[in-house]
Each structure stands twice: as C-alpha cells, then as structure tokens.
Design a protein around this ligand. Structure first.
Ligand SMILES: Cc1cc2nc3c(=O)[nH]c(=O)nc-3n(C[C@H](O)[C@H](O)[C@H](O)COP(=O)(O)O)c2cc1C
Ligand code: SF4
Length: 510
C-alpha cells in the first residue's frame, strides 16, 4: 500500500521551519495581523516548537527498554512518544510509524489509516450492542449510578467522577462545558489512541451522557494534533451519529460538539495546560485553585474527562459495569492494551496476558512513569486506584511497565528522570531546576562520579519538587526518585561503590 507522508505538524501550523529568517518574518507578520507584540507570538510559538515533532525516534521508557538508545542506524534523535509503545522501539517519519525491534525497521500496520478504517467500530455494531440507547430516554440519576460504580477518572489522577460532577454542578454547570482530554502523551500509555480510533462511538456516547446528565450545551474534544487516525475516526463517528440521531434527539444533545486538534508536548495533556493551549497560550499548567470545575476554559466552569473515563461512563450507562484499559509494555513477550475488569493483579496481567513469567522480573511500574516503581514482591497488588495507592505508588493511566531481573535499576530510573527533564515546561522553579539536577545526578551515578553526600542533596531536591511543583509532573519526578532510592537501596549503594551487577553502567563489571 502506498502511504503519502504528510506535512509535518510544525509546517502545518506554519510556525517553524529550517529557515530561521523566514520563520522570524512569519512571526512578525502574525504579530501585525493579530495586533500582538512579537514577543507574545514568540512566547507561544517557542512552546509549540518544542512539541510533537514530525520525525522522531521515541526515547520513552518502553522504547528505551526495547533498545532505542542502541539504535544507531536512525539519524533521528530521542523525542516524545508517538503512542505505539507495544511495538517499541518506534520511529516516526511523517505519518508513518516503524518498529525497529531487533534492529530491523518494520512499518506498523496499526498506524495506517486503512487499518483503522477497516477495524473501527461501526455505528450499527455499537447500537446493536446497546450503545446510544440511553440517549433515547430520560437519564434518571446517572450521577447516582456512577457513584455506586466507584468510577474514578482514568486520565491519571483517579479522582472520583461523581464528586467532580458535584463540584461542577455547584459552579453552575449550565454555563459550562465538557472538555474531552485526548492529548495522551506519556510513554507506555496508548489506550486513548486505540479507543478513539477503534471505539469512537463509545467515547462519543460517554461524552453525550456526561453532557446530558450535567446540562452541558458545549462539548470540545481536544485531540493531540498528531493523532491523525484518531481525529479521522472521531470525525466520522460524529457524522454517523448526526445522520442516525440528528433530528430525533436534538433537544438532548449539546448545541455544539467540536473536535479540536491541539499541538504541544506531554505536559499539554495536563488539564489546565490543555485549556491554555486551546485558548492560544503556551500549553503550561495553571495554578490551582481555582479548579477547572469552577473556572476553566475561557473562565467558564469546565468538566474535564479523559477519553477512557467517557468510555467507562457509556459502559456503565448501557450495561452496568465498566472495564479498564491496561497498557502492558517493557520486558514482556506480549505487550498490548488489555481491556479488563478493574482490579486484575499485576502478576496475573503479566503472566496471563503478557505471556511472561513474573519471577523473571525485578520490578514493575503499575501506572506509567508518574506512578512509581515497585519491586516484584508487590506483584499481588490488585491494579485499582485504592489498592495501588496503599503501596505508596499510583495507578496513573494504568500503564504497566515490566522491568526484567537483568536490568540495572539505576539505569532504568535514570531513563525516567531524563524523560521528566526533557518534558518539564519550566514554569515553576522546583521542577525546572530539580529535573535537571536529578537527571544529571543519575547520569553521574551511572559513571561512578557520585559521592554519598550528593545523594542526600538529590533527596532534598526531590522532596522540594514534591512539595513545591505546580503540577503532577514535577511532583512525580521527585517521588519516583525518592521511592526508587529507598526501594532499591542495594543497587544505589552498589553504584556508589562503582559497581553495577547488570554491567550496563559506565564503570561496567560485576
Ligand atoms: C503532566 C501531565 C500530563 C497529563 N496528560 C493527560 C492526558 O494526556 N490525558 C488525560 O486525560 N489526562 C492527562 N493528565 C491528567 C489531567 O490533568 C486530568 O486529571 C484528567 O484529564 C481528568 O480527567 P479524568 O478525571 O477523567 O481522569 C495529565 C496530568 C499531568 C500532570
Ligand atoms: S511542575 Fe514542571 S511541568 Fe508542571 S508546571 Fe512546574 S515546571 Fe511545568
């Protein structure tokens, strides 16, 4: 099949290129047209220039574990996650994705528009399975049903959905809007892309139910701008829905449902950063309070839900229970997205779905890079928000990353720290400074250039990051460091003595 690479995202937005003088001229022209100062234009464009690149080699943890740093065949440098973590390591050129597993470059079929068109859920199949049925009847107390289901938001924070609705209603929800967060960008998390591409009617149904239950008249679906196939599938779903229901259920539908492509790096997925980006500002998190349910997008009360949370809402409304998409990557034989009842044990997921003996592992991340790293003695932990929280870690997005017994933990934690360093937006000092310091410290530890006193300083910095960062990115970067140093203290001590049992660090040897 012939795939025509598309223009890069920066070209599409007309804000960057290789010719710096032409870029500058274009920015001056935009500033004149909009009546804004050139520095205001520069402030915004410099943020998005750092964002999603059209050509990239992913350096997120699943790709790192898959050997991306050893891939010297590709001239591309390390960059953000394109969302095909089960094919790690991944490179992207235009809108074509390749797995470079074992040093052999192979096109990822799932990344093709034709694949999505063939596999996506049709409206007929969705309705035959009971989908959209609750839009035809009055929604009696969906809030109560949601509360009894114990549904928590699946975008990372795990906040109870019914409580968020209460807070939104208190702020005068009829003035407000629903913002669907589909800006997925954390390495190891690729569930939302799958849901938007293959189950778009479930996402839309959930959004319409949440809107109808809370009297919302405006819905914005904010999709990460390089998720081309997700945007295509969601747009088709919207058109199919209007063809089927447009007239019959109009009074129950919001006045507008808009799909918006939002560029920007990982941090733009943070709900207030997403609002900033949509409003045309740098996609950086806001200080809270006020919370989005009080003052959100365009200063209006805003209910923000992750795309998967909306799928769960549609499942609860149409069938009574919901499932969770666990993204399993890292050192497992069968990585993938597994949609299962909430609460499967980590070991069971790795053995029964990942096809891997959990005893071959040393550690696992229960909730992506932000959720922390646990030793395998905790593999019995049920993967739900409350149970994982009891271990001191977090379920986050439900991205489980397995780490083999042969790995060096310092090397693994250093790769995570480097991710946080690269993705820090720099708005607040603890994170801006701390992510650089911790990444540098761990790189030096790998090279045998760290003294015990440096580790104490690192711990102090990490604590300040947890206490003083504006958003969960900086807080998580500090927490992952502190937790890893205490949980895997033997390995950190070993490195202080210039030894690495895995033999992967600068001084090598056993
Ligand atoms: C750095 C960072 C990135 C985030 N990225 C996403 C994202 O891509 N998608 C998402 O839904 N939530 C993301 N979140 C969480 C959102 O801020 C917010 O909690 C979520 O969208 C709320 O929806 P929920 O209650 O349905 O989970 C991110 C948070 C942080 C701190
Ligand atoms: S914690 Fe980091 S990512 Fe979040 S606002 Fe501060 S600098 Fe930006």
């Amino acid at each position: 099949m012939k795939v025509v690479p598309k223009k890069g995202i920066m070209e599409e937005y007309g804000i960057a290129g290789t010719d710096q003088r032409a870029d500058r001229e274009r920015k001056y022209e935009i500033s004149r047209k909009l009546g804004l100062s050139p520095s205001a234009i520069q402030s915004v464009t410099s943020f998005f220039e750092k964002g999603i690149q059209p050509e990239r080699k992913c350096s997120g943890l699943p790709c790192y574990l898959g050997g991306s740093s050893r891939d010297t065949a590709s001239s591309l440098s390390g960059d953000s996650c394109p969302g095909y973590c089960d094919h790690a390591p991944v490179v992207q050129r235009g809108n074509v994705f390749y797995s470079t597993k074992g040093g052999v470059e192979q096109e990822i079929e799932e990344g093709l528009a034709d694949y999505v068109l063939e596999k996506r859920q049709s409206i007929d199949a969705y309705m035959a399975a009971g989908g959209y049925s609750n839009l035809q009847i009055e929604i009696h107390d969906l809030r109560g049903v949601i509360e009894r289901s114990h549904l928590k938001g699946m975008g990372g924070a795990g906040f109870p959905v019914s409580l968020k609705w209460d807070s939104f209603r208190k702020s005068g929800s009829e003035r407000g809007m629903l913002l669907v967060n589909a800006h997925e960008g954390e390495p190891g998390t690729f569930k939302d892309r799958r849901l938007l591409e293959l189950f778009p009617h479930s996402v839309l149904d959930g959004a319409l139910l949440a809107a109808a239950s809370n009297g919302i008249r405006k819905v914005i679906i904010g999709i990460r701008s390089d998720y081309d196939n997700a945007r295509m599938s969601m747009s088709m779903a919207l058109r199919e829905f209007y063809e089927e229901f447009g007239v019959k259920s109009r009074e129950k539908l919001p006045d507008t449902i808009e799909i918006m492509l939002v560029p920007g790096p990982y941090v733009t997925g943070e709900e207030t950063a997403l609002m900033e980006a949509i409003e045309g500002n740098r996609g950086e998190p806001r200080l809270r309070p006020p919370f989005p349910t009080e003052t959100g997008l365009y200063n209006l009360p805003t209910l923000v839900h992750n795309a998967e949370t909306l799928v769960a809402i549609s499942e609860i409304a149409n069938g009574g229970s919901f499932r969770k998409s666990y993204c399993l990557t890292g050192d497992v034989k069968k990585p993938g997205v597994y949609r299962l009842p909430m609460g499967i044990r980590a070991g069971e997921l790795i053995r029964n779905y990942g096809g891997t003996d959990p005893s071959s592992l040393k550690a696992f991340m229960p909730g992506g890079l932000s959720g922390g790293i646990l030793p395998i003695s905790m593999l019995d932990t049920p993967l739900d928000y409350d149970q994982v929280r009891k271990t001191g870690a977090g379920l986050g997005t439900g991205a489980v990353i397995a780490i083999s017994g042969e790995r060096c933990m310092v090397d693994t934690v250093a790769a995570v720290a480097e991710f946080f360093r690269r993705e820090s937006c720099g708005k607040c000092f603890p994170c801006r400074y701390g992510t650089f310091e911790l990444s540098d410290l761990l790189q030096r530890l790998k090279n045998g250039q760290v003294k015990a006193g440096d580790m104490d300083r690192g711990k102090m910095i990490a604590q300040v990051m947890m206490d003083g960062s504006i958003c969960a990115l900086g807080q998580a970067a500090g927490k992952v460091f502190l937790d890893s140093v205490s949980r895997f203290s033997d390995e950190f001590s070993q490195h202080l003595g210039k030894k690495c049992n895995a033999g992967t660090c600068g001084f090598g040897g056993h």
